[in-house]
Design a protein around this ligand. Sequence first.
Ligand code: FPP
Length: 246
Amino acid sequence: MSFREKLNLDKLPEHVAIIMDGNGRWAKEKGKMRVFGHKNGVLAVRDTVEGAAEVGIKNLTLYAFSTENWNRPKLEVTALMELLVSSINKETKTLMENNVKLNAIGDLESLPKRCYHELLEAIAKTSNNSRLTLTLALSYSSRWEILNATKKIVADTTSGKLKADDINEKMFESYLSTHNLPDPELMIRTSGEHRISNYLLWQLAYAELYFTSTLWPDFRREDLFKAVYDYQQRERRFGLTSEQIG
Ligand code: FPP
């Protein structure tokens, strides 16, 4: 029986976040350049997005480029940006056909101009789609996001728009770039690394973490379903006891 068949479709996570890791190692294993791994990573992105839409997951967030990734060799950064632009161009039609809304979080203005504009265009084009929201974390890091939110809150408090007493979790969340998304219930990281790497630190507070040794370019929808199935077997207690959850 496949994991797809084993899934309880009434108990799906509303939001799945993924750290796509292992492209470089996948390419190295095959004696190829790292960029070859990233190119094949795009195929994994497509299949995973289709799989999420197929079963009815409403939100999928992919860590595509971290703030720290800017420090990679220039050639790799340029190739990744090119890949991003060409993938967005190529996939916008498929996103439209599948009713997928594209969204992006991160320091988007730091992206190369062409990449930034193509991205905004695709986001605008797909903005009325509603089956699945696909969020790309680009030039993103969680500490950057939290600091940014804090700066805005301080500015709004100083200008009198916000009272210090009104700052609570809900208010803070409304200043994060994920303000229109529910918190992920499940976070998947591929390639056998057991770290969160500055990804959605606030939002993952209660998430179930799932690690697989599969390298990202090999990841397919059945791997997603396996992770969701694993999540569905877990008891989420939010600090309560098993008895309280009943
Ligand atoms: C991590 O593998 C992967 C990345 C830093 C980039 C992910 C990008 C893609 C899959 C392609 C573009 C994405 C979209 C959304 C169209 P790594 O390079 O860190 O691998 P390693 O740990 O084996 O070196």
